[in-house]
Design a protein around this ligand. Sequence first.
Ligand code: NAD
Length: 284
Amino acid sequence: MRIGFLGLGNMGGPMAANLAAAGHEVTGYDVLPGLGTATDPVQAVRDAEVVITMLPSGRHVLDCYESVLAHAKPGTLFVDCSTIDVTDARAAHQAAVRAGHRAADAPVSGGVVGATAATLTFMVGAREEDFALAEPVLSAMGRKVVHCGQPGAGQAAKICNNMILGVSMIAVSEAFVLAEKLGLSEQALYEVASTASGQCWALTTNCPVPGPVPTSPANNEYRPGFATALMLKDLGLAASAARSAGVDAELGSLAEQVYRRFAEQGGGGQDFSAIVTAIRERSA
Ligand code: NAD
C-alpha cells in the first residue's frame, strides 16, 4: 500500500522502516529535518491510501490533522498510533470523518524494542470495516493487533492497562522494601509472591530489584525499559479520563503523584521500576 508516515521519532522511525521492509511504499515526514523523505506533510499524505501518525501528544495530532486532512484523497484511512487522551482521539476521528476520510486510533505497547523488532501490540478503536483495512498494515509492525471497540477504545484500553501497571509497580516495590526491613530476602519474597496471589507483570517480568528476574531493568542500572517520564504521561492521561468519566480512581491518581515526585528528583529517564529506590530512600 502507499503509506504516509508522520512522526519519525524513537517509535515512528523503526515502525516506518518495518512497513517499508514489508513491501509498502512509505513516504515519511517529521518536523525535524533529515528524518523523512518528504519535505512537508502534504507531500507525505497526498497520494497515500493510509496515513499513520506517531506524535508526542493529542495537541500534535489534532494540529497535524488540521493541516493535512484537506490534502489527502477522499476516503484515506488515518491511523493514529500515538498515546493521547481519549477525548482528543475521538476529536481526531471526527475531524477525519468530517473531511471525508476513515480513521482509527491504534496506540501501542512494546516500546522502542518492540517498534524495532516489529513485535508491538496494537490496541485499535475503529469501526469494523476500518479495522479490517488497518489490520494487515499494523501487522507489519507488530505481533498482536486487538480490535478493542469503537473509535477511542484503543486509547481507553492503553491507559486502563497502564494505570494497572503504574499502581502495581508501586505495590510490588513497597512490598520489597518492607520485606528488606523485616529481614525477608528478596529471593524468598519473589519465590512466594510470584506463585501466589501477589503475582503480576511488575513482579515476574519487570521485577524492581536485581536478582530474581535477570532480564529486568533493575539488573541494568534501571536503564529503560519503560521510562518513568512515559509512565507519568500515561497516568496523566488516565487521570484526565477518570476525571471526565467521573471515576474515583484514588490509587491511579496517587500513583501519578508518586512518579511525578520521582521524575522531579531526576528519575524521569530511568525505568519506572526504579521507583523502588525512591521508596527505599524515604524509608531509610
Ligand atoms: P519522539 O519524541 O521520539 O517522536 C515524536 C516525533 O514526532 C519527533 O521526531 C517530532 O519531531 C515529531 N513531530 C512532532 N510534531 C510533528 C508534526 N506535526 N509532523 C511530523 N512530525 C512531528 O516520541 P516517541 O518515543 O517516538 O513516542 C511517540 C508516541 O508514542 C508518543 O505518543 C508516546 O507516548 C507513544 N509511545 C512511546 C513509547 C516509547 O517507549 N517511546 C511506547 C509506547 C507509546
